[in-house]
Design a protein around this ligand. Sequence first.
Ligand code: SAM
Length: 328
Amino acid sequence: MNAPVSPAETLRAALAGLLDGLPPKAAAQAVDRLIANYRGTTPTDTPILRDRADVAAYAAYRMPATFEAVRAALDAFADVVPEWAPGSHVDVGGGTGAATWAVNATWPGERPVTVLDWAEPALVLGRELAAASPQLRSAEWRRARIGAQLALPAADLVTVSYVLGELTEDGRAAVVDAAVAAGRAVVIIEPGTPDGYARVIAARDRLIGAGFSVAAPCPHSATCPIVPGEDWCHFSARVSRSSLHRQVKGGSLAYEDEKFSYVAVTREPVAPVASRVVRRPQIRKGQVLLDLCEVGGGLRRSTVTKRQGLLYKAARDAEWGDGWPPAG
Ligand SMILES: C[S@@+](CC[C@H](N)C(=O)[O-])C[C@H]1O[C@@H](n2cnc3c(N)ncnc32)[C@H](O)[C@@H]1O
């Protein structure tokens, strides 16, 4: 019997077929155009993803990375609420649907799913890709513009993945407020840059102000201890590179690391981790250095030495983004 295929593998296979038939040069040019557009002045008044070539390039080039980043954020959230799984999901600015695949990877099973975006070609392609997933086949792909008029259907989980950076300040407030009104839990993901982090923190403040509790990554719902401008909270997700990636970016590395910032909040009671590893752990001879964000609201470096036995073993296995200390 064949092993069950994971959502990540199904998505990869669906994406692999996407650029079939396009000459490699045309695919690379579409990606170049996309990157140039994303470097331009955003927010824009009209969608950046305008046609099939744009969305195919986006899906083939960026979707594996946004999928892995969202999945990593959702996995951290799920660890904090092990008894909970979303019974319904709304993805705002969902584009080609990376977050719907990630939700499915973290919480397998069928649920009502609605994807909203203003770019029709993205929705069309997202629906086509979703046909490869038994759990996503019934998802609804609907056109909607983020703005003061935005009203979302009520859902257990609302995701906003790599969208805030394309919006004006008013647009960012509007999408967060719409998520507040509709969701039991809200997860926001942005690129792991100082600007992405700043947008996440502004959204986090707004969500806490509306009565949500932070489940991850923060061990608390108090003010973030990072001094703006000095540092930024971000994490890293490993992404296998496709042949298109290698073609566009050159080199032969089999993977690359997607840096992302995120916040996951809920209206349910939560007991977040006591502290979280906020940098890649540094392994030295006989010791591991862990940079932690702690429940008291502070940042601290902890040195775990060989003499600490089991804790040292755990520290050697600890990864950037993990809760600390490990359960048990
Ligand atoms: C970088 S893509 C992210 C797509 C997807 N969420 C992901 O994680 O891969 C940003 C998405 O936001 C959508 N978007 C940007 N501004 C929007 C607006 N004002 N209203 C609705 N959708 C918008 C874009 O069309 C695009 O699909």
